[in-house]
Design a protein around this ligand. Sequence first.
Ligand code: WT7
Length: 649
Amino acid sequence: MSNATLYPVPEEFARNALIDQDTYQRLYQASIDDPEQFWAEQAKRIDWMRPFKKVKQTSFDDHNVSIKWYLGGHLNVSANCLDRHLEQRSEQTAIIWEADEPGQARHITYRELHRDVCRFANALKHQGVAQGDVVTLYMPMIPEAAIAMLACSRIGAIHSVVFAGFSPEALAGRILDGRSNVVITADEGLRGGRSTPLKANVDEALTHADIKTVDKVIVVRHTGAEIPWHDHRDRDYAELMAEADDFCPPEPMDSEDPLFILYTSGSTGKPKGILHTTGGYLTYAALTHQYVFDYKDSEVFWCTADIGWITGHTYTIYGPLANGGTTVMFEGVPNYPDVTRMARVIDTHKINILYTAPTAIRAMMAMGDAAMAGADGSSLRLLGSVGEPINPEAWNWYYHTVGKGRCPIVDTWWQTETGATLMTPLPGATPLKPGSAACPFFGVQPALVDNEGNILQGAAEGNLVLLDSWPGQARSIFRDHERFVDTYFRTFKGTYFTGDGARRDEDGYYWITGRVDDVLNVSGHRMGTAEVESALVSHKDVAEAAVVGMPHDLKGQGIYVYVTLNDGIEASESLRQALRQWVRHEIGPIATPDVIQWAPGLPKTRSGKIMRRILRKIAVAEYDGLGDISTLADPGVVEHLINEHKSMT
Ligand code: WT7
């Protein structure tokens, strides 16, 4: 793959790019040689209310993991995203909202957004929300979601956005973990013409989990549907806004005050509340948004990610708005009403930069050229990909059919924990190799280590770690710093372990090979095998379950489940359906198993650890490469599983 086709930077693109190849090399070197100097310089793009005293104080030593940037500095995120743009661009569109149904877009200027954020910030204060409180958002992709996030940041409340596709059970767990007192939601969400009862889900979460801590539920009337209403707890968003004052002073926040928590899956246990703070995150989000996407004033930027994920936080909201950009929020899905939807949005809003996920690209590609048929697409200048490795076939289709061979593709590798992009080509600087995330961004020091932690040199494949901190790095797991240290800093001492494997070729390009832990990536959504397993075993008929990933044409990875039923329970097709439903109910539709295989027993070591390696092989019918199975407590189960798998296919 290292000698894969090389796509040079198109000349016309290079001429106008913010960063060319020489500049990249020079700045990258400077960022490594003198991080303090480099990052002090970059922080000038942010308005500080009080200057910071020290740029960087970070330690990856597992006895003392501590990550602090821009120490002593004061700033406010919403002021950086709104107030400071008012002088120059109050009438510029900040957010273009594209509704689920075509033809119902809304344009919101910086002036309007500022006013609404101020009002809602005041409303939150009236409802008793104070600095440091955790506010849970369970919202569709509507402007009110952006308003709520920015309003929290204005008063120093910590937002915790829960993807609106998660079930009431999953929502309840996150509300409890965050000890949140306030939930903001909508009557219903709309995606692909189908509604989700968000308000009813919130009620169910609060009732079932018997959550007493939440005393306010603020509801945006979006579809206007009939919803259950509890006067003591529920508040109408529009009523609060009507009563609220038009101006709310932005709270000066310390650089290291929490900005948000966002739950993500790990290889064990329940989801982790990844904690991001204020100064470093915003600086890094804004800087990467500008340079990775070569973003220029007045361009229209469309990141298709939902605000329920980190990509939506950083590149739908904070990055573009900090840069005074125009960002698109899309409520719907790429294939509704039909596969031409993305192209229609691109043409309608004259999108210059499109940032989406391989799973969406593959879904369009599956319809041949229909997705772009009849579309103009000439506004596009740059394309981006994120969330999972992009297979060269999808890359080529994206490049030629969507980008018409004119637009570079930035394949950005990063994680919830990294806050923003760590590795990517820079579009004006880096010749592209389809499927490679190319090179580290400024200040980022990736390395590959073998399983013993030895650093590998030159062309090599290994575990991907980072040797030093960058400003956008997560600071902790909310109220569980020990778990943070354990998860990321104990595997390979002195480094941050990403959980990913990667290869570096002779040209120094990185190729992400995927997770090396028990984390799945389904349609770009991160899913812990342990979470799906624990959902399954909570079903009354299930004794045990083991979950592995399997290759999937559209989703990248599908969910393959081995289930051992309780004694006396009969395996049946209807039970299989019931279990699929059960997982959807416990976690959400994105966790729906693709295949359920009955397993009278699971392959376990004598100490009781499930050998997923074997299960992964059987799932793809690689019966020969099972490796050493002599350490199993009962090697006989393997043959059983193979026979059952053969009988299914
Ligand atoms: C995991 C992080 C990045 C924000 C959205 C996902 C995988 C992400 C790429 C890419 C190959 C990628 C990794 C990573 N991943 N981007 N460009 N190429 N793999 O954030 O939910 O925290 O997931 O997504 O495995 O560890 P996330």
